[in-house]
Design a protein around this ligand. Structure first.
Ligand code: S3P
Length: 434
């Protein structure tokens, strides 16, 4: 893909049916649990973006055969011996989920695994996962709290861990380690983060106890291979949901989108802002609810997003900020300091909305966005900063900017959503490569 993409106003309302790639979060988990299971697991609807390919590389580095054909991945699990006596380095690329979850998996085997990643991943905090794994008995060395990370695994003991910041990645890493620990591992979290690991474990034959704000798993349970049918990724769908809301005359159907309540915070917030979004045909195969979303262009008004609802929409905050920029009134986002340690400092990245004429200020842990009440944004040039969610959020802004938005380094969208710009163009947006 070219270095710069210009996304301009849609020529007409966005119409039709869009399919989004399979859920990235669940795909990571399905590959890793498949690697630890006995037998051959099938992951159907594999999204194939760079992040999930990093996890595919991770399970292969741990000695597991995994084959990708079209959108299906077959994983020949190694069983409880996974990673025993292995010495390897895993390149996690841009993927924090790969690094943190693979650390949890590596902790449970006698071996040495070095986890490294790209420049963005090397800046992200890793002590949050190293600390509980050390308490369980693994040796984990970080590089000043960051990657590269060296995990020397071994015999683990269960812990009862209270997450200092809500993080599904840390929760999942501890649970993955807990599967091979002596005793029952518990994780408690102040505000519930995405619960895909807890929902997927039973499909692999593991008993999980969910009690109030905690989740517990007894170590030593065998995992049996599973077939995992991924729903469409809720986070990928969010760009099209906001696009359809903002572009006059739109009516878009998004089929087979995950609507797990721990991921659907963006739908609640948008509805609170006045969005017309119908959720139909809800069904729940294998513990993960999915539905068709029918979205119609709607005038939006401002809202306040509070800390308690942030975990359920953490990855959607950039595109919600774009929605807020077109709403009537001033939207506030609080309790979102975690945005500063994502693939980029997303609060700083969103300050670029100012270049499009949006009145905006950042706080230590959030944003204040003064909406234009539907008036188009100005044309402007922004940097994706190598962050897929920033590239895609600003592409949505381009649909409602008078002469479009130039996005520098748009290729990173393929970290989670290969073909994003092509799909946007197919719906009637102007997308020009330079
Ligand atoms: C993820 C959890 C979230 C999210 C990330 C994916 C996961 O990160 O932002 O994109 O798959 O568990 P944290 O666990 O750091 O909150």
């Amino acid at each position: 893909m070219s270095e710069v993409v210009v996304v301009g106003p849609a020529r007409r309302g966005l119409a039709g049916t869009v399919a989004v790639p399979g859920d990235k979060s669940i795909a990571h988990r399905a590959l890793l649990l498949g690697a630890l299971a006995d037998g051959v697991s099938r992951v159907v609807g594999f999204p194939g973006g760079a992040d999930t390919r990093s996890t595919l590389g991770a399970v292969r580095a741990l000695g597991v055969r995994a084959e990708e054909t079209a959108d299906v991945v077959l994983v020949e699990g190694a069983g409880p011996e996974l990673g025993e006596r292995i010495r390897t380095t895993i390149d996690c690329g841009n993927s924090g989920t790969t690094m943190r979850l693979a650390a949890g998996l590596a902790a449970g085997a006698h071996g040495t695994v070095v986890l490294d990643g790209d420049a963005s991943l090397r800046r992200r905090p890793m002590e949050r996962v190293a600390e509980p794994l050390r308490r369980m008995g693994a040796e984990v060395a970080t590089t000043d709290g960051r990657a590269p990370l060296t995990v020397r695994g071994g015999a683990l003991g269960a812990i009862d861990w209270v997450l200092p910041v809500p993080s599904a990645q840390v929760k999942s890493a501890v649970l993955l380690a807990g599967l091979r620990a002596r005793g029952t591992t518990r994780v408690r979290e102040p505000h519930p983060s995405r619960d895909h690991t807890e929902r997927l474990l039973p499909a692999f034959g593991v008993e999980v106890t969910r009690e109030g704000e905690g989740v517990a798993v007894a170590g030593g349970q065998p995992l049996r291979a599973a077939e995992v049918m991924l729903p469409g990724d809720a986070s990928s769908a969010a760009y099209f949901v906001v696009a359809a809301l903002l572009v006059a005359g739109s009516e878009l159907r998004l089929a087979n989108v995950g609507v797990n309540p721990t991921r659907s915070g963006y739908l609640h917030v948008l509805r609170r802002m006045g969005a017309t979004i119908d959720v139909v045909d809800v069904h729940e195969p294998a513990g993960e609810p999915r539905a068709t979303l029918v979205v119609r262009a709607s005038p939006l008004h401002a809202t306040a997003i509070e800390a308690a609802e942030v975990p359920a929409l953490i990855d959607e905050l950039p595109v919600l900020a774009v929605a807020a920029a077109l709403a009537e009134g001033t939207t506030t986002i609080a309790g979102a300091a975690e945005l500063r340690v994502k693939e980029s400092d997303r609060l700083a990245a969103l300050e670029q909305l100012g270049r499009l004429g949006v009145g905006l200020s950042t706080t230590a842990d959030g944003l204040v966005v003064r909406g234009s009440a539907g008036r188009p944004l100005h044309a402007g040039r922004i940097a994706s900063l190598g962050d897929h969610r920033i590239a895609m959020a600003f592409a949505v802004a381009g649909l409602v900017a008078d002469a479009g938005v130039e996005i520098v380094d748009p290729a990173c969208a393929a970290v989670s959503f290969p073909g994003f710009f092509e799909r946007l163009a197919a719906l009637g947006a102007t997308v020009e490569r330079r």
